[in-house]
Design a protein around this ligand. Sequence first.
Ligand SMILES: [Zn+2]
Length: 543
Amino acid sequence: MLVRRVDAPVLTLVVALLLASAGNVKFWSIFTHAAGGFSLANLPLLAGAFLIVVLFFNACLTMASFRYVAKPVLIALVLTASAASYFIAAYGIVIDKAMIQNVFETDAREATELISWNLAAKLGLLGVLPSLLIARADIRFPPGARGLLKRTGIAGGSLLLATLLLVLFFKSLAPALREHRELRFLLTPTNFIQAMHGYLRNRWSTGIVVAPLGRDAVKGRAWAGQHRKTLTVIVVGETARAASFSLNGYSRLTNPLLERQAGLINFSHVSSCGTATAISVPCVFSALGRDGYSQSKASSQEGLLDVLTHAGFAVVWRDNNSGCKGVCDRVKYEDVSRPTGHDSHCAGDECYDERLLEGLPELLRNSSRDLVVVLHQKGSHGPVYASRYPREFARFGPVCATNQFEKCTRESIQAAYDNTIVYTDYFLSKTIDLLRETAEGEGVDTAMLYFSDHGESLGENNVYLHGAPYFFAPREQTEVPMMLWMSEGFGERFHIDRRCLDERRNQPLSHDNIFHSVLGMLDVNTAVLNPRLDLFHSCIRAA
Ligand SMILES: [Zn+2]
């Protein structure tokens, strides 16, 4: 054989290079396309991304670089990676949980149909041959405590360098990865490690049993002897950051309409539960709070919308986003995000948030019960902010209209983002107008509570988009807007002291307050309501 004696760090680096290159041909072809094609100008970005992957693999492999461990791990990785990359390239599949399930639950006949000479050749060249070389190699591991130190140094150094490169290329990498989420399932071998983990976790976990919550909920004293119906609208914003609202002091006038809305209470210091929709939305509608939240706990327990149902409300979730993340599983759900024909509020395959308001008065008229409607906005979802609003809302410009941030100035990215806030301002103001008309014209007590799920980075310290780990997430990603509007009748019915609420507008609040405040605002009595988190608790006048 060619090489018999080899130093462990050299072998690790060679395998990392092999996996990153030959094992990921399809990944790089899609990534190159996502990054704007292969060109001289793009070369630093492509080289940077390749280096990040190599360094990351090298760090991971170094941590397994011990006698008796290294060989089986490297061989298993090389073999599975060669097979996975063949199937990805040949069938255009992605490796995810469902695919692993397919592999395990497919019968032998189906499996043989997938086997071909091409597969054999690829497995032999990229899998078996390197495996034989590894198996026969005499690997020299750095010995003792110094060896341990050396491994730690290599792994740590690789990760550090990868992180530095990531920061350097973040502006270009983030939108490409966000727009092409499939890349996550194409990068071998992390895709099948992740998929395997997901598959086994599903396999071993027993079916989720949803525990009841607040079954004791009843409407309180403020409801006695009332004949007027109520309509409460909860608007869940998307990617709106507090810092870009002129209501919160932003220098650009992004809230021209809301600033003129009489009776609007704007809360200026609200922090989010997470930095991504998939965390914030289930968290905010759960009774767990940020400290107690986990995905599994939230999905195995009823939430705010269930408690409202127990208290006798009709609850509807209208969605112009990507679903309610399990929050609305047991209430009525309406998806308005897809165009159905000649929709005045859709352009191409994009529907603007105004569509959430279509038919809302009819919904109320047809409801025999008091109604709580959740409107889930598309809001300021990136990276193509310019697609989120109709043309007449392009107040600031020039705007960045592509997902390739490296082609845009920071100013043009911000301008496009600010226009999404101008449109949200219009949407919220229109919601309030509608609720005011309904209150006056139809004798209904109405209210609107708005908050965003998380914020957004727009180039501060060269960080873009959102989803940073919470403990070091920049403020721009965790500080969210929140506001409340109530019709006069609504405030009177529930004896809400507006001046008292006004005094709380600059207090530090968070998503943790929302579960309890919605119940408090609607005078719902239940043991799960924590008065200390209820914004209205000390602001209710004695009847
Ligand atoms: Zn979100």
